[in-house]
Design a protein around this ligand. Structure first.
Ligand code: HPA
Length: 272
């Protein structure tokens, strides 16, 4: 049962880390793992050692949890996340966020790589996520609701925290980093979008499209956590600018922009 699983995993992590209680959670997206290098890591635990964590089947190397200090705060970072297209259930994908909440985390920072459909965007653009649209064919809150974890009917009027968005914009300005704001949507993948699908997500109000983040943010909000998110635009789904996309290119563009993303995340955390 979910509540027992959360307790087992939380107890395991507390024991493994001698009672380390992070207050900020970080989920690092494709090509954006560099932030890990900035964390003064005290404990690192591979996912396969953690009870109830999904076992990575797709990638050759699995991810890990890093416990340490960043921006003067105790953090727990996920290097590597679980995607719906890998075949995991919504409960499996969002389980780490449930554990974050149970361990005492009040703020979640997420990052991802995405395709830009806003015609003003350039490749490499850093988008501060201001809203999201769930286009997965399901929702992580479907099924029995545990009132201990959150409400049955969750308000999502401010999925991404307005104060943290404002803080990020200020930090970007002070550091001469060009950022934009926009709404992120996610499809299941693993296909990148057809031109028609890019047009569709643009028409329904999205600025960028990816394959992650939306479920984790829903569960974070369910647990009452504040959420902050950044997306790196690694390719364009804009009419006239659509070219072939490859995973390698996505990784390369994301990595190139990663230092700027790291700076913003670190300073947002410092200001919490
Ligand atoms: N579509 C979906 N996911 C992505 C994209 C995209 O164009 N780029 C990076 N992740």
């Amino acid at each position: 049962m979910l509540l027992e699983k959360i307790k087992t995993t939380t107890d395991f992590l507390l024991e493994k880390t001698n009672g380390f209680r992070p207050e900020v959670g970080i989920i690092l997206g494709t090509g954006l793992g560099g932030l890990v290098g900035e964390i003064n890591a005290e404990h690192e635990i591979p996912y396969e050692e953690i009870p109830n964590f999904p076992v990575s089947t797709v990638q050759g190397h699995s991810g890990r949890l890093i416990f340490g200090e960043l921006g003067g705060k105790k953090v727990m970072a996920m290097k590597g996340r679980f995607h719906f297209y890998e075949g995991y259930s919504m409960e499996q994908i969002t389980f780490p966020v449930r554990v974050m909440k149970a361990i005492g985390i009040h703020t979640l920072c997420v990052s991802n790589a995405s395709g830009g459909v806003n015609p003003t965007f350039d490749i490499g653009e850093i988008m501060v996520i201001t809203d999201q649209i769930n286009l997965f064919p399901t929702n992580p809150l479907i099924g029995k609701n545990y009132p201990e974890l959150g409400p049955r009917f969750l308000d999502m009027s401010e999925a991404y925290d307005k104060k943290l968005i404002a803080a990020a914009l200020e930090i970007a300005k002070n550091n001469n980093i060009k950022v934009s704001t926009g709404c992120y949507t996610a499809l299941t993948g693993p296909c990148f979008e057809t031109p028609g699908e890019y047009r569709y997500v643009k028409n329904i109000g999205a600025d960028a499209v990816g394959m992650s983040t939306v479920p984790e943010v829903i569960v974070a909000r369910h647990g009452g956590m504040r959420v902050f998110g950044l997306s790196i635009i690694t390719d364009l789904g804009v009419e006239g600018k659509i070219v072939e996309v490859s995973h390698e290119e996505v990784l390369q563009i994301a990595s190139a922009q990663e230092p700027k993303l790291s700076l913003i995340v670190k300073e947002v955390i410092r200001g919490l």
